[in-house]
Design a protein around this ligand. Sequence first.
Ligand code: SAH
Ligand code: SF4
Length: 361
Amino acid sequence: MPHTVKNILNKQPLTRHDLVTLLSSDGEYSKLLFDRAAEVKRKHAGNKVYYRGLIEYSNLCGKNCLYCGIRSGNKKARRYELTEEEVLEAARYAWEARYGSVVIQAGERSGKDHVHRIERLIKQIKQLSNGGLGITLSLGEQSEDTYHRWFEAGAHRYLLRIEVSNPGLYYKYHPDNKTHDYQARLHALLLLRKIGYQVGSGVMIGLPFQTVQDLADDLLFFRDHDIDMVGMGPYIEHEETPMIKHKSQLLPKKERLCLTLKMVAALRILMKDINIAATTAMQAIDPQGREKSIRAGANIIMPNLTPSRYREDYMLYEDKPCTDEDAEECQRCLEARIHMAGGEIGYGEWGDSKHYHKRKR
Ligand code: SAH
Ligand code: SF4
């Protein structure tokens, strides 16, 4: 194993088998992986960590993903939508705190009112920051026209996780084929790219039935689709979801986190210049999860700017952190922790994916 990991870290291109070996490494061998990822990050993506202020706009959702706490089938979820003023206040906070960008995230909806409200919000956020704040959207699958409208209004990045790149597994977690279609999700990623967005995708790690081979394929999926930014996090169970019945099959949470860190490191080596997020789900397992992820190769953090009273309703999974802290409180400790992880915060910068700019040249 030591020789194999060392050899793999010195070769290119990486094969599926190489990725499986890296993801299966542990102890000193996974340390070799993390060290190499840190080196690659410094060289190709730089040392900066960029903030994206996360605004969880609404937990209303038309979809019914089997793993998600705010799926439409969860009748116990208390539904909310922020007012325009609440969104703008959060964006103003981000602008004044010199975050480069905000992310507007919500359940998936397609009604006309929703589309127009988002369009208006994008324009208003641009206005209040004199065009200065970058805007990323994470609002699920939409029509080409909607993606186009939101792009024209000023959003320039879009996050749409493929969730799992293996279609067989995708349908296991999204069995209702009236609302869920793997090909449609794939097509949405292509549309976003065609329109000109920086395109982000991602997967969950440690799902029931998922193998290390599947995870290696997820990494190759990002490479083959030339994705600009990736957000991957451990799957975390939620009591009020159908997937809870597979709880006994899950890896212990710490191991899910460890596997996620190896995914981040392997991806950094595979796609050297993309943006990789240290996701909130990592922090739900370990208070230092995001910092560990920065050390393993991530360069984006999404501090939560959702007004505190809504946070416990945006409960995608159990133990979601920071539900009782306000934005400023989270902010203070975060900066120190990023410094400790060897990162420097790129205040006031959009921190676009270097990969995106290279592919546009
Ligand atoms: N509705 C949009 C965006 C909000 S959901 C969409 O689905 O694209 C954002 C992400 O939360 C999803 O992409 C999914 O990967 C993640 N998520 C949902 N339930 C989760 C769970 N139980 N554990 C970990 N991540 C989860
Ligand atoms: Fe809705 Fe997104 Fe949750 Fe699926 S993951 S149920 S689309 S919020």
